[in-house]
Structures are given as structure tokens and as C-alpha cells.
Design a binder for this molecule. Structure first.
Ligand code: PDD
Length: 285
């Protein structure tokens, strides 16, 4: 069965799906995206993903390509046509196609692309043994809250991680504080027992998984500190973990080759992971 992509009104086999070479996504990375998990054929936390998409578009003054109801139909139809039970749906919206000129074109028609792909559950070893992260300088722009397709620093950071045999790179700002991973949010359980993650300001993407986990943490009555933390704090932490749509909640057990605590996944991380998976299984957005 060929993979089917939706491009501006048509469902096409992937090999035939294309956008114009003067699409501003291609020329300027002038576009935004979302990745939504699919479990048992259902889109998980669709509402907050679509809310973040609308916000990203608004911040960049890109016109929404469809009303929300119509977009939801496209997401479902793309999932269905690709027969995805477990995987993800990718949505990309760009400012559209126009002769190359940096400033906005006069009346651009936004481009909408939707694809869907299958994914296996994370490697059980990642869950049981935890993953390693390395640190990398955060060389991104100052609007990381916008889920822009301009991902070059993230690409370079992830490649650094890959070459170091690590799962993720935790980006560190000029003041030595961890902002977030290249495609995930970063967390520690600090020496004082508080669960700590960077505040949702312009320095990070406010992850939908992050938000779901914050709800869980509050419900469980755990202490949450939304503040930046340093690499030294990670090394002194009781536990560390990362969150994203595709990775769920994964224990982090090494940073730059140094074990976090005893080098094994923490109990609180495992508890939060289980609670997050229950949230996903319940399908509550
Ligand atoms: N990445 N931070 C960054 C920079 C990200 O790219 C992502 C998601 C996250 C976590 O956000 P969420 O919990 O909403 O997935 C944090 C997606 C999965 C990606 O680029 O593939």
C-alpha cells in the first residue's frame, strides 16, 4: 500500500505529492508544524496540538489554511488512508508560494501538507535502562515557543547526540541553563525533591506532553518548579527525564557521559511515565 499524503486539497501517493519550489517553506523555512501521536487509530491530545498550531500561525501572521473542523477531517482521513493504528500525523503549514522575496507576499495562499506514519513503541531498553543525553550550545533564535519548521540548530544538535551515541542533546543557553532537548522537553527531579522544568517562555517549545504531565504532577500533589536548571544541577539530581509526543516520558540516566544519580531510571520518572501512558490510553485531551 503506498503512503498517502495530503497536499492542498488532494490525497496523493507520497511519490507524487509535491509542493512548488517557490514555496516559502522550502525557500525560507517560513512555516510551522505539529506532530500528533496516533494510538489505536485515535489522535492523542488533538485539541492542544491544534491550539498550538493556531498560536504558531498567529505569531507569524500566516493565515490558517482551513477551519479547525475541516483540518480535523483531513487529519483523520490521512490517518485512515494510511491505516495507522500506532504512529503519528505530521501537519505542516507554510505561508505559501510566491516569487522569492523576503517580505510577505501580497495575498499568499498558505500551503497545507499532512502525512502520517506508523511507529513502534519506544525500544524497551530506553524505558528499562534509560537514555543518555549530551549537552549542546543553544544556538536557536529567541522565539522557540513557535513550532517553526526552521530546525537547523535542532538538526545539528540531534546529529551531535547521534554521533556521541546519545538519544538527545540538551541545549544550554549562554547563562549555562538547560532550555530543552532538540525535539523534547527536559526535566529533572532536583536534589530537594521538586520536579523542575524550564518555564514556558520564548526560550522553549511548550510541549503538549509537558502540559499533560504538568496536569498529572499537580493531580498527584507532587512539587513542581517551573524554572531553568543548570548542568551541575542535572549531575546532582535524583532523576532526570525527557518528554515529547514521539518519546512519551523517557528516563535520562547519563549526561555528557556522567551518570545521573545511580545511573538507573528513577522511581518518580517511572510513576509519571505510567500516569502519562494512562492519560494517552484514556484518549483524554
Ligand atoms: N518535537 N521541544 C522541541 C524543540 C520539540 O521539537 C518538541 C516536539 C518538544 C516536545 O513537544 P510535544 O510534547 O508537543 O511533542 C519540545 C516533535 C515531536 C518533532 O519535532 O518531531
Amino acid at each position: 500500500m503506498p503512503h498517502i499524503a495530503y497536499v492542498d486539497g488532494a490525497y496523493l501517493p507520497l511519490a507524487q505529492a509535491a509542493v512548488h519550489i517557490e514555496d516559502r517553506g522550502f525557500q525560507f523555512a517560513d512555516g510551522v508544524y505539529e506532530v500528533i501521536a496516533v494510538r489505536s487509530g485515535r489522535l492523542i491530545d488533538e485539541a492542544p496540538h491544534l491550539a498550538r498550531l493556531a498560536r504558531s500561525l498567529g505569531e507569524l501572521r500566516i493565515r490558517p489554511p482551513r477551519g479547525e473542523a475541516a483540518l480535523k477531517i483531513v487529519l483523520r482521513e490521512t490517518t485512515r488512508r494510511n491505516r495507522i493504528e500506532r504512529g503519528s500525523v505530521y501537519v505542516q503549514v507554510t505561508r505559501g508560494t510566491a516569487p522569492r522575496d523576503h517580505a510577505f507576499p501580497a495575498s499568499p495562499e498558505p500551503t497545507l501538507v499532512v502525512t502520517a506514519r506508523r511507529a513502534r513503541p519506544p525500544d524497551p531498553r530506553f524505558v528499562e535502562e534509560g537514555v543518555a543525553v549530551v549537552t549542546a550550545a543553544d544556538i536557536r533564535w529567541r522565539r522557540c515557543d513557535i513550532k517553526s519548521v526552521s530546525l537547523l540548530p535542532n538538526v545539528l544538535g540531534k546529529q551531535e547526540a547521534r554521533e556521541a551515541g546519545a538519544f538527545e542533546a540538551w541545549q544550554v543557553d549562554a547563562a549555562g541553563r538547560v532550555t530543552e532537548g532538540t525535539s523534547s522537553n527536559a526535566w529533572i527531579v532536583a536534589a530537594d525533591g521538586a520536579i523542575v522544568t524550564h518555564p514556558a517562555n520564548h526560550a522553549i517549545l511548550n510541549g503538549v506532553t509537558r502540559l499533560a504531565l504538568i496536569d498529572i504532577i499537580r493531580r498527584e500533589g507532587c512539587r513542581l518548579d517551573e524554572r531553568a536548571f543548570t548542568i551541575a544541577e542535572v549531575k546532582a539530581a535524583r532523576e532526570a527525564f525527557l518528554t515529547s509526543t514521539t518519546a512519551d516520558v523517557l528516563p535520562v540516566v547519563r549526561i555528557d557521559g556522567v551518570p545521573v544519580a545511580n545511573g538507573h531510571p528513577g522511581l518518580l520518572t517511572q510513576k509519571l511515565r505510567a500516569a502519562y501512558l494512562a492519560h494517552v490510553a484514556a484518549g483524554d485531551a
